[in-house]
Design a protein. Structure first.
Length: 406
C-alpha cells in the first residue's frame, strides 16, 4: 500500500526519522529486475542496486520463493539450537569461496568486526603479540561500515567526526602503496584489512599487481590478510570475487550485500580452520546470525548467481558500458571514467556528483554520488544488453554535459 503523493512519505520520514541520510526525492514502491517504480508509477533504472546488494535484481522470483517458503516454516531459532538450513548455506559458501570455514552474521559491518576479532585473537594466540598491543593496518579511503570501531579508523570526517574516542590498534596506510604498507608493519601487526576496489571511496581501483604484492608481503611477515568483498564480491566486478583478478586469495574473506540478493541481511566471514579455530563457544555470536530464513535466502541468492552466470554477465556488460562511457563521456570537466565489471564510476574535476545524480534521476536512472566528485554506476547484474543500452542512452548525455542541467 502506498500513497500516490511522494511528499506525504517524505514528510513522514523528515518528521519522525533520524536525519542520518539525505535521499533523493524519489519514493519507491516496487521493484523487478533492474527496474524500480515510484509511488506515481514512474519507472527508473536502478543503477545503485542498494550498493550492490541487489545484484540478482529486485525481487528475483527464485529468491522470493525461498524466502516465502522458509518464512512460513521456521525463521529464527538462535544458535542455541541447530536448524535444518544453516548447514547447506555454510557448505555452499565454503565450496564457492574455497575456504574451509564460514561464520555467518547479518550486516557487512558485523562481518568486518568478526574479521577484526579473529585477526586480533590469532595474533595473540599464534604470534605471541603482548595482550592489548595487536595492530591492524587499514587503508586510506576505506569503507567498512558504521560501528564505533570501524568509523574510528575511517579517514572520512563525515563518518568519524564526533564519535570518538576511536578504538585503538588501527594504523592507516595509503591505499595502493605496498612500500608504505611494508614500512608500517611492526612485530605487533596482526592483520591487514582492505577492499580490493574501494567502492564508497569512489571506485578506486589499485594498480595491477597491488593485491598480489600485499598478499606476498603478508605471507612474508606472518600477517593475516583480510579482504572486505562486501561490495565487490559475488560477481560485481566480473569475477565471482575481485581477488580472483590477481589470484590474491586472502586469509579472511568478508561477504555481505548480494549474499542475500537484497531480500534479507546476511553476511559472513570465510577463513581456513587454522584461523577460524580462534573462535570457541561463547567467544562470538549473533542472535540472528545463521538463522534459517537468512540461510534459505542466501542459498537461493547464490544459486541464482551461479545458474544465471552473473559474474560473466557483469564482465561482458561492464566492458560494453565502459566502452560507450569512454567514447561519449569526455571533456575538461571529466577527470576519469573507470570500472571493473558492472562497478563503474565517472569522476569529475569538481564537486558536481550530487547534481549529476539528481539530473540522472529526473531522466529515469537512479545512481548515487560518492565522495562529492564521483558518480557510481552499478546496475543489477541481471540487466540485459538492451536494458543497459537504453539506460546508457538516457544517462550518457547527462553524465557528459559540461554543465549540469537543473
Ligand atoms: C556496505 C559495505 C560494508 C558495510 O555493510 P553493512 O551491511 O552496511 O553494514 C562494509 N564494507 C564494504 C566494502 C561495503 O561496501
Amino acid at each position: 500500500m502506498s500513497d500516490g503523493d511522494p511528499r506525504v512519505q517524505i514528510e513522514l520520514c523528515e518528521r519522525y526519522g533520524a536525519r542520518n541520510y539525505a535521499p533523493l526525492d524519489v519514493v519507491l514502491t516496487r521493484g523487478q529486475g533492474c527496474f524500480v517504480w515510484d509511488v506515481r508509477g514512474r519507472r527508473y533504472f536502478d543503477f545503485l542496486s542498494a550498493y550492490s546488494a541487489v545484484s540478482q535484481g529486485h525481487c528475483h522470483p527464485r529468491i522470493v520463493a525461498a524466502l516465502v517458503e522458509q518464512a512460513g516454516r521456521l525463521s529464527l531459532t538462535s544458535r542455541a539450537f541447530h536448524n535444518d538450513q544453516l548447514g547447506a548455506m555454510l557448505e555452499r559458501i565454503a565450496r564457492l569461496t574455497g575456504f574451509e570455514k564460514v561464520l555467518p552474521m547479518n550486516t557487512g559491518a558485523e562481518a568486518v568486526e568478526t574479521a577484526i576479532k579473529a585477526m586480533r585473537r590469532f595474533g595473540y594466540e599464534h604470534r605471541s603479540v603482548p595482550e592489548g598491543e595487536a595492530e591492524i593496518v587499514v587503508m586510506s579511503g576505506n569503507f567498512h561500515g558504521r560501528t564505533t570501531t570501524i568509523v574510528g579508523f575511517s579517514d572520512e570526517p563525515a563518518y568519524r567526526h564526533g564519535f570518538g574516542p576511536p578504538t585503538p590498534g588501527f594504523v592507516l596506510a595509503p591505499y595502493g602503496d605496498v612500500g608504505a604498507l611494508a614500512r608500517l608493519m611492526k612485530d605487533t601487526t596482526v592483520g591487514v584489512l582492505l577492499e580490493p576496489i574501494q567502492g564508497e571511496g569512489g571506485v578506486v581501483i589499485p594498480k595491477e599487481g597491488y593485491l598480489r604484492e600485499v598478499r606476498a608481503l603478508c605471507h612474508e611477515r606472518g600477517v593475516l590478510m583480510a579482504l572486505d568483498e562486501v561490495q565487490t564480491g559475488l560477481g560485481r566486478t566480473g569475477k565471482m570475487f575481485a581477488f580472483e583478478w590477481e589470484t590474491a586469495r586472502p586469509d579472511l574473506l568478508i561477504l555481505g550485500k548480494a549474499l542475500s540478493g537484497g531480500l534479507y541481511p546476511v553476511s559472513c566471514v570465510c577463513a581456513d580452520d587454522e584461523v577460524m579455530r580462534v573462535f570457541s563457544p561463547g567467544s562470538h555470536g549473533s542472535t540472528y546470525g545463521g538463522n534459517p530464513l537468512g540461510a534459505a535466502v542466501a542459498v537461493a541468492a547464490l544459486e541464482v548467481l551461479e545458474d544465471e552466470h552473473l559474474a560473466e554477465r557483469a564482465r561482458a556488460l561492464g566492458e560494453r558500458a565502459l566502452e560507450r562511457l569512454r567514447k561519449d563521456v569526455r571533456g575538461e570537466h571529466i577527470k576519469d571514467v573507470r570500472g571493473r565489471g558492472l562497478m563503474i564510476a565517472v569522476e569529475y574535476e569538481d564537486d558536481r556528483a550530487h547534481d549529476v545524480a539528481v539530473a540522472l534521476a529526473e531522466a529515469g536512472v537512479l545512481a548515487k554520488d560518492t565522495r562529492r566528485s564521483v558518480v557510481r554506476l552499478m546496475p543489477p547484474l541481471v540487466i540485459t544488453e538492451e536494458q543497459l543500452d537504453e539506460a546508457l542512452d538516457l544517462a550518457l548525455p547527462i553524465l557528459a554535459a559540461p554543465v549540469v542541467r537543473g
